[in-house]
Write a protein that binds this ligand. Structure first.
Ligand SMILES: Cc1ncc(COP(=O)(O)O)c(C=O)c1O
Length: 391
């Protein structure tokens, strides 16, 4: 039997394999919620917040309904709104620009670095200038840890302090990652993450969390997620939202947290296998010195992307494009200011990136099949090489 014949359809992210490994952990946790009946703000929510805060090494974890609400609550906790500009990368998922727009502020797009896909600190000054010339007050930065690797927080925190900017870390793809031994959750003034099912730590629905060491911000964000609640349920100190995480989703996350450390290790091994097998065949993702990625995606760059993706598909291998269009080219966001230095790298990356199947349960046989197919797809031509060459 050939390798292909022995394989079930290859999932891009294999939640079923994780489910098998979890055994009855999730069911047992959910059954407890069904028994006590506290579906909103039940004991699982507090337990999860304590565990996640300890995991990340921060004082406060405030769970919430999803990562986008988390970003919005962080912005609102600092009263960021109309006339304020918040700098966001142009090459990322839409949520950062969306949250800024939802609070009435203006997203200003900055460029990313080609080597790690993350916000380029050198693009911040031109973005500040663009905000000012549009008559806006530069108020904050949302740095996104794209594909699982923390952004360059040493540089970004320095710039934010110098310029008086509120720094939010969007760790939707990077919870569990680290920088010089410090886990994600400790960078910026506030970190927001997502527990969307396909994230490195995902629940079985929507979910998110905020992290901070700032007691005051934490108190305001807790209030915001619960209708702006004050001293009691019907005391509303500020306009808030219904932004809570369900007890059942907290129960799922508590069960999954038991395996999370092992999964982070497995993700390193799998990314390492891709690195070793594809080094001379494609332009591979790079992890900066001192960074640990959780490999939410393993994203390569190929010049002839559509043809390569088609070849992989013919071999039963799913791929994805994160992200095909930079945000400043999206109809909803095309009118917002951009850094004066331009967004050339965001535009280039959007045309080259291709994400391969990546999750903690990707077995060696399947990965060999993916590698062989990709090697065949790029063999004998120049298609694996991007303008900047292999890594
Ligand atoms: C980088 C990034 N930020 C924010 C979000 C938003 O999270 P959610 O879907 O939980 O709102 C996502 C993903 O969904 C994301 O990938």
């Amino acid at each position: 039997m050939s390798v292909t014949q022995s394989l079930r359809p290859i999932p891009f992210i294999d939640l079923q394999a994780q489910r098998a490994r979890l055994g009855r952990r999730v069911e047992e946790r959910i059954e407890r919620v069904l028994a006590h009946g506290a579906f909103i703000m039940g004991p699982e929510v507090g337990e999860l917040e304590r565990r996640l805060a300890a995991f990340a090494g921060v004082r406060h974890c405030i769970t919430c309904a999803n990562g986008t609400d988390g970003l919005q609550m962080a912005l609102r906790a600092r009263d960021i709104g109309p006339d304020d500009a918040v700098i966001v990368p142009a090459f990322t998922f839409v949520a950062a620009a969306e949250a800024v727009s939802l609070v009435g502020a203006t997203p200003v797009f900055a460029d990313v670095r080609e080597e790690d896909f993350n916000l380029d600190p050198l693009s911040i000054a031109p973005a500040i200038a663009a905000a000012r010339s549009a008559g806006l007050r530069p108020a904050g930065i949302i740095a996104v840890d794209l594909f699982g690797q923390p952004a360059d927080y040493a540089s970004l925190e320095t710039i934010a302090a110098e310029q008086g900017l509120f720094l939010i870390a969007d760790a939707a793809q990077s919870f569990g990652a680290a920088l010089h031994g410090e886990r994600v959750g400790r960078f910026g003034h506030v970190t927001a993450t997502s527990f969307f099912p396909s994230k490195p730590l995902g629940c079985y629905g929507d979910g998110g969390a905020l992290f901070t060491d700032d007691d005051e911000l934490a108190a305001v964000m807790r209030s915001l997620r619960q209708h702006g609640q004050g001293s009691d349920r019907y005391d509303h100190q500020r306009v808030g939202l219904n932004g809570r995480l369900d007890s059942i989703q907290a129960a799922v996350l508590l069960a999954k947290l038991e395996l999370f450390e092992q999964e982070i290790v497995a993700r390193q091994e799998i990314a390492g296998r891709y690195d070793g097998a594809l080094a001379s065949h494609a332009n591979l993702p790079r992890v900066r010195a001192g960074a640990l990625s959780v490999w939410a995606q393993y994203t390569i760059r190929v010049a002839d992307r559509d043809r390569v993706a088609e070849a992989l598909k013919a071999d039963g291998i799913p791929t994805a494009i994160h992200y095909p269009r930079p945000l400043h080219h999206q109809p909803a966001y095309a009118g917002f200011p951009i850094a004066g230095s331009g967004l050339a790298r965001s535009e280039k990356l959007a045309g080259e990136v291709l994400s391969l199947p990546m999750h903690a349960y990707l077995d060696g046989v399947t990965q060999d099949h993916i590698v062989a197919s990709l090697r065949r797809a790029v063999a004998g031509s120049d298609v694996g090489r991007t303008a900047s060459g292999y890594r």
